[in-house]
Design a protein around this ligand. Sequence first.
Ligand SMILES: [Fe+2]
Ligand SMILES: [Fe+2]
Length: 198
Amino acid sequence: MPSRSDAVALLEEWVESEALRKHMYAVEAAVRHYARLEGEDEETWGLAGLLHDLDWERFPDEHPHPGVARLRELDYPEPVVRAILAHAYPDRSDVVPETPLDKVLYACDELCGLVYACCLVRPNGIDDLRPKSVVKKLKDKAFAAGVHRDAVQRGLDLIDLDRAVHVQNVIDGLRTVADVLEVRGEDLAARRGQQQRP
Ligand SMILES: [Fe+2]
Ligand SMILES: [Fe+2]
């Protein structure tokens, strides 16, 4: 099985956008957190999270199929490939999320975007973020309008967890990579300082 560093090299080869890279690292962290919670193989699950949007920048219209083709050439495990296909269900793929990994990846993908957006508008970022604030923003459709609320709901239905519990799990996962995502209070204060400098 390809290693995480192989996967990071592939990500860096295919994805230029800093924002998309952060999204992929965020989803990886959330999915890894779930693998630990559920006693699943963290390395395998992590690869699916890390590479799920591999081809989004190069092939926005064909996502996720060119990425999946490349992963198959590189002998990525079938459960990883399958989960990546299933995260695009139903609009871009007909692979229904069925395995625990499929469901967790699906449930984390859009929610990671929302949690990340919540961090950016808070003075303390992720440091004191609670599920309640995220749920409030979930209901406010004007906030982070690019986050598909129906996909968040579909994910919740798939993993069959209480919404606040799932949001807390995603927050806990993202906290493990808060430095990479630059979402701690100190990161945001530093960014604000840079913006204010003449
Ligand atoms: Fe995607
Ligand atoms: Fe994604």
